[in-house]
Ligand binder design. Structure first.
Ligand SMILES: Nc1ncnc2c1ncn2[C@@H]1O[C@H](COP(=O)(O)OP(=O)(O)OP(=O)(O)O)[C@@H](O)[C@H]1O
Length: 802
């Protein structure tokens, strides 16, 4: 039964919900102005009727059409014939002075169109009409005789007929009783505290605890009474209303609600008007973040960008401003979601004291403050019920929101907004960021641009089911770096076993890519080459650590600063170290085919590469535990999850559920520390990325991609024994002396010292190995130098040279 009543209440609510055109931003002001003017017009007509109604009376008895077509008829009413006709119709032929209730309704409606919600429309209409009927009967009953020779019927014809009929039916006394009784019934039904108020009014004696308890129980009785006419059914809402209506009457709220609640309510009331149930406080966050034009100042001292001094950063115009048409969240949507949340919670006897909405690009966060004593776990368990009542996917409950003391319910917007990369790149936050590797990912729930520094991560694990926005996310990361970094400062190593996702970047090979020296393809797709590249990165990592050690620098930033200030001599092998960002799209393919062979170098780089500027981003469609192994997870603390299929997948990536409740299309959760942030990923389409890469490609470039150190795999390990030392390299002896004097047998060291290619340097090292000067290849470690001093070396060389 109770359920039925509730349903009818909901239906009634939806019937009263504002038509669509009212929430349209374009028509709203027009309707607002029209309604305001109409209200003033009717107001003037009504007021004027009291002064001019007598004079106009005779002219108003004809039909309206005749009245307006006959130009000879003139009226006194300030608002002309129409105003005179309307006021006569409402006041004399209708409800008398109670007709002003209609004017009140118009005022409430006008304020609503302007966004000022003073009261619930549904209740205002019901109460006002009831009051209008009652008051017109009262006026007629009281004043019909005394105003019999006036043109004005204080109760109108409606009041006159009803009061006449009542008098004939129950007499004057009976009518008086009926009028008083109906008034009391109205008050009792409309205001929950009325009974206790009257009690207090008439029985003035000090209260005992028992009485207070009785007071508390009374509203519950009234709840039952109220439901059939769909009046507010809760203690709190009634309290609010009684306050509204009896502004200067002493209210007894404090007797019903615990103290904490009163404080909260007062806070809420300070900021907002009172509505039917709980008022929804809307956090307005400016959607238009400040944007600035792109500026890149020159560097001081040595400028690594002088390599390509004419290089121009991609302009903003290459990107598109994607707009989803009509994507704003209307007040109606907010209110209806709020009602459904409150209703669902009440259904489970959960009272809340405050509700606030923050509108994000694709979801809206409703923050609620539960009444004291409500168990948080109870709300958390209602996730599915709330999702059902809102008929929406992607509901996520954050209970409690860390550091806020509220509970968050994230509800997807009916019309999600597309966050365009253009806006994000142009945002002040991104443009003025001083991060070493700034990445702009999208917008948070409060419409703020979300940026992060890749060097701080220092590696990123991206997971999400197919088609949920991973590739777009990777493109957003790469694009934001391309917009901020000069080719001399940043190199990408792109690994793409799927072969199609990252191929778009092959055109910027000579500007921004790094690869193995003997590799032809700029994007690595072959599994063997992936293993070689990852091991080569380990060698690069070791050689960078050597350089840092020599320069007494703790990290790449310090090292590069020293180098830029000309504190490090290139003659000693020092060089400007660009950041290297390794991106692996579809990590699952790699780990399935190569297992430990890729896992080990990845884990090694992940553990050590932070200080020397090598950062990895690995993406996978299949976030299962055999792909994202314990080793990988331990080394990738920063993770991004797009929508995944199951809660288990979500736990594998984020160590918590949530990613399975996302709505897809770029909706993601970012876990940096223990906190999860929900962000709508910026959208950058393939043509936009093509335009950016084409712009870069057309400019002057380096002769080749950056070469990574040569990695000689196990298959070629034995080849050193086959080397004919008679055909040794011209630099063989010098290289041998360098290796022995520095006691370092690295290919990259020789390559830098003699300014030769990696291939040649690698061949020399093989010859050194064949001559017994350096030890065999030991994976990512530098080779051991077997000759301890120059004297032994000269002796050995003499033997070899013979
Ligand atoms: N941030 C976004 N905003 C709006 N739409 C998006 C966003 N990201 C993705 N989409 C939509 O989702 C589609 C699929 O995205 P995407 O290609 O990135 O998925 P994916 O996860 O990489 O899939 P797969 O793993 O199969 O390659 C896009 O074509 C686009 O229409």
């Amino acid at each position: 039964m109770a359920k039925k009543k509730k349903n009818s209440t909901t239906k009634a609510k939806s019937r009263f919900s504002a038509p669509k055109f009212l929430s349209d931003e374009r028509t709203k002001p027009l309707i607002g102005i029209a309604l305001s003017l109409f209200t003033i017009y009717v107001g003037l007509a009504f007021v004027s009727f009291f002064f001019t109604g007598g004079a106009d009376q005779s002219k108003l008895d004809i039909k309206w059409l005749e009245l307006i077509t006959d130009s000879k008829v003139r009226v006194e009413n300030w608002t002309g014939k129409t105003g005179a006709y309307i006021s006569n119709l409402f006041i004399n032929k209708g409800f008398g002075i109670a007709s002003f209730s209609f004017l009140y309704l118009l005022v409430v409606l006008t304020l609503r169109v302007w966004g000022l919600k003073i009261q619930s429309l549904r209740k205002t209409i019901i109460y006002t009409l009831l009051f209008c009927i009652w008051f017109s009967v009262l006026m007629s009953f009281l004043f019909v005789k005394s105003t019999s020779h006036s043109f004005l019927f204080l109760g109108g014809i409606h009041g006159f007929f009803i009061s006449e009929w009542l008098v004939s039916f129950v007499g004057n006394v009976g009518t008086l009783f009926l009028v008083v009784l109906s008034f009391l019934t109205f008050i009792t039904l409309a205001f929950q505290n009325s009974i206790s108020f009257f009690k207090k009014l008439f029985i003035r004696k000090p209260k005992t605890d028992t009485e207070e308890d009785q007071d508390l129980s009374e509203p519950t009785d009234n709840e039952e009474l109220n439901e059939p006419v769909s009046f507010p059914s809760t203690k709190k809402s009634m309290d609010e209303e009684s306050e509204e209506e009896d502004d200067d009457e002493p209210t007894n709220d404090s007797e019903f609600i615990p103290k904490e609640e009163i404080i909260l309510e007062q806070e809420v009331k300070k900021t907002k008007a009172v509505s039917d149930d709980l008022e929804l406080k809307i956090e307005t966050v400016s959607k238009q973040e400040e944007t600035v034009s792109i500026k890149h100042g020159p560097m001081e001292d040595f400028d690594p960008t002088l390599d390509l001094s004419n290089y121009k950063y991609p302009p903003l115009e290459l990107l598109e401003a994607h707009h989803a048409s009509n994507s704003s969240v209307g007040k109606e949507e907010l209110e209806s979601n709020k009602d459904k949340i409150v209703e669902t919670l009440r259904h489970y006897k959960i009272e809340i004291t405050q509700i606030k909405a923050t509108i994000g690009p694709t979801i809206t966060l409703y923050e609620i403050v539960p009444a004291p004593g409500v168990r948080i776990s109870k709300i958390k368990n209602l996730e599915d019920d709330i999702a059902l009542s809102l008929s929406a996917l992607g509901i996520r409950i954050i209970a409690p929101i860390p550091g806020k003391g509220t509970i968050g319910i994230e509800v997807p917007n009916r019309k999600p907004e597309i966050v365009s990369m253009k806006n994000i790149i142009a945002s002040k936050k991104f443009q003025e960021s001083t991060y070493a590797l700034p990445v702009a990912l999208g917008k948070t729930i409060s419409n703020e641009t979300y940026t992060l520094d890749l060097t701080k991560m220092p590696h990123l694990l991206v997971a999400g089911a197919t088609g949920q926005g991973k590739s777009v996310g990777l493109n957003a990361i790469i694009t934001s770096l391309l917009y901020k970094k000069h080719p001399s400062q940043l190199k990408f190593v792109l690994i793409d076993p799927k072969k199609v996702e990252l191929s778009i970047y092959s055109t910027i090979e000579k500007h921004f890519l790094a690869k193995l020296p003997d590799e032809e393809e700029p994007i690595i797709t072959d599994i063997h080459k992936v293993i070689a590249t990852l091991n080569s990165l380990c060698i690069e990592m070791d050689s960078r650590y050597d350089l840092l050690k020599k320069a007494h620098a703790r990290n790449i930033k310090e090292y590069n600063t020293k180098f830029v200030k000309r504190g490090l001599n290139p003659e000693n092998g020092h060089r400007y170290l660009p950041y290297i960002v390794v991106i692996i799209d579809e990590f699952a393919d790699l780990i399935m085919t190569a297992g430990k062979e890729v896992e080990t170098p990845i884990a090694r780089i992940a553990q050590l590469a932070r200080a020397i500027g090598i950062h990895m981003i690995i993406a996978t469609q299949r976030p299962s535990t055999n792909i994202i192994t314990g080793v990988i997870k331990a080394n990738f603390p920063a993770r991004i999850a797009f929508k995944v299929a199951s809660m288990i997948d979500s736990r594998t990536i984020l160590d918590s559920p949530g990613a399975n409740q996302l709505i897809g299309r770029g909706d993601m959760l970012i876990s940096l520390t223990s906190e999860l942030v929900r962000v709508q990923c910026a959208f950058v389409d393939t043509p936009e990325v093509e335009a950016v890469t084409e712009f870069i490609q057309k400019q002057q470039s380096y002769p080749t991609a950056m070469f990574l150190p040569e990695y000689v795999g196990e298959s070629s390990e034995n080849s050193a024994t086959d080397i004919d030392l008679q055909k040794r390299d011209a630099l063989f002896e010098d290289a041998a002396r360098l290796v022995v004097s520095s006691q370092q047998g690295s290919t990259s060291g020789i390559q830098r010292r003699f300014s030769i290619g990696y291939n040649r340097a690698g061949r020399i090292v093989d010859q050194l190995e064949a001559a017994g000067i350096v030890g065999p290849f030991e994976g990512s470690k530098a080779r051991q130098v077997l000759v301890q001093d120059e004297y032994s070396l000269e002796k050995l060389l003499r033997d070899v040279l013979q």
